[in-house]
Design a protein around this ligand. Structure first.
Ligand code: GAL
Length: 415
């Protein structure tokens, strides 16, 4: 294929330093394949179904009551230590269950489905009465949990919904749809989309497709940005705005960085301005910040969102390389879970009444409509997420004692 110097139908892209000349249409095919390759590494889950749960023709679950061995054993299965927050969730849950006299088995699964399944099998064999589970892959735990449930083990899905099974009693999380709304609201305000009609460019870096939360974050954000995307006031130069094509397997910082670098090198030649990147959480936001530092040629500060208020991202917000994050008070999430756990271990079937009886000094709502796992609508306790930027960071994170600073000014997570 011969390319003459000023032939506009040819374009050049740089992949790992090699300049490749190719026709525009070829580029679209090539780019989609490349990014699809990045994405397909993590796509295996069954999305949250919107239809009514399928007629469950299987025989009703026979629950064998647990022999009372005088011990109350709680198994806590966390997905991964590399994503900052789960370390804190695990510690908070362990401390609080131990404080009410439970024996706790806490395990981390390195983001591996088989490891999590083995962790759960070990907890069940160790006599667990209650399992508190944050799934690596929401659809991969049915078998191991159905065995446990048949043997009277109670199961709470912690933060991420467990999909495609009846073997889950309750769900505790934040209002995940609201998380996406807060991220989009921040972008709308910061870009002045309500006041000026100037078109702006945005890109999307969404979450792990096997994590049911990622869809709620995505829907909250896209529903909020829809009027601006429909009117063309918000443009997506890469034209990638679908859930799967913008998703990030394992919430990986590296995958987010690689994908945005490819987008910058392909759709943002010199002078093309990028105004915002909607990142679903802080680990992907770190990847995006690095990609912007490495490959963005514009002079403007790109709006970058996040979630979790991870310490490394708090520094980035204070430095101005990240614009906001969504703060989720993890200790409160564990307080709700332990109170709920204690109540069901005592043989109760709490509903709204748990919130009244607990009298927490924070918001928590009882929801029996929104979290359908494909088999049933799981009764859920949802906490309120809070948008954090440089404006309210001191008040919400430091004055409240969620984070502290040591004598050298370094931020640390309080107990
Ligand atoms: C989600 C969780 C977020 C974020 C993300 C990556 O399930 O709700 O807070 O931590 O996983 O770990």
């Amino acid at each position: 294929m011969h390319k003459s110097a000023n032939d506009k139908s040819f374009i050049s892209i740089t992949v790992s330093g090699t300049i490749i000349y190719m026709k525009n249409i070829m580029k679209k095919i090539f780019m989609t394949t490349l990014i699809l390759a990045l994405i397909l590494t993590g796509c295996s889950s069954t999305p949250q179904s919107t239809e009514a749960p399928a007629e469950d023709t299987t025989a009703p679950e026979v629950i064998t009551p647990r022999p009372d061995d005088g011990r109350t054993v709680v198994g806590i299965s966390m997905p991964d230590r590399l994503l900052e927050r789960w370390n804190r969730d695990g510690e908070f849950l362990k401390d609080q269950f131990e404080s009410i006299g439970c024996e706790v088995i806490l395990e981390y699964a390195n983001n591996l489905i088989d490891t999590q399944t083995d962790n759960l099998k070990m907890m069940i064999a160790s006599g667990a009465d209650l399992l508190v589970v944050t799934a690596v892959d929401g659809s991969a735990l049915s078998t191991v949990l159905e065995d446990a449930h048949r043997n009277g083990v109670k199961i709470i899905a912690y933060d991420r919904l467990i999909m495609g099974t009846n073997a889950v009693d309750y769900y505790v999380s934040f209002d995940n749809y609201k998380v996406g709304v807060l991220q989009a609201d921040y972008i709308i305000a910061d870009l002045g989309l309500k006041t000026s009609k100037d078109p702006k460019n945005i890109e999307f870096v969404t979450g792990d497709p096997v994590d049911n939360n990622a869809r709620f974050f995505y829907r909250g954000a896209m529903d909020t940005l829809k009027p601006y995307l429909d009117s063309g006031q918000l443009q997506v130069p890469s034209s990638q705005s679908g859930f799967y094509e913008t998703s990030t397997a394992q919430w990986s910082t590296d995958i987010a960085q690689q994908r945005l670098q490819i987008i910058l090198n392909s759709y943002y030649p010199e002078g093309t301005r990028l105004d915002a990147v909607l990142c679903a959480n802080d680990s992907t936001a770190v990847g995006v910040t690095r990609a912007l530092e490495a490959d963005y040629t514009g002079r403007n500060t790109v709006v970058v969102t996040g979630q979790d208020a991870d310490i490394s991202n708090i520094y980035n917000i204070l430095e101005g390389t990240q614009s906001m994050t969504v703060y989720k008070h993890l200790k409160q999430e564990s307080v709700v879970t332990v109170t709920l756990g204690q109540d069901i271990l005592e043989g109760n079937e709490p509903a709204e009444d748990l919130i009244d009886r607990a009298g927490w000094d924070f918001d928590c709502s009882y929801n029996v409509t929104d979290y359908n796992n494909g088999n049933k609508v799981v009764p859920s306790y949802l906490l309120r997420p809070i948008a954090i930027s440089a404006v309210n960071i001191e008040k919400e994170l430091f004055k409240t004692g969620y984070y502290g600073r040591n004598s050298a000014g370094l931020i640390y997570a309080t107990k």
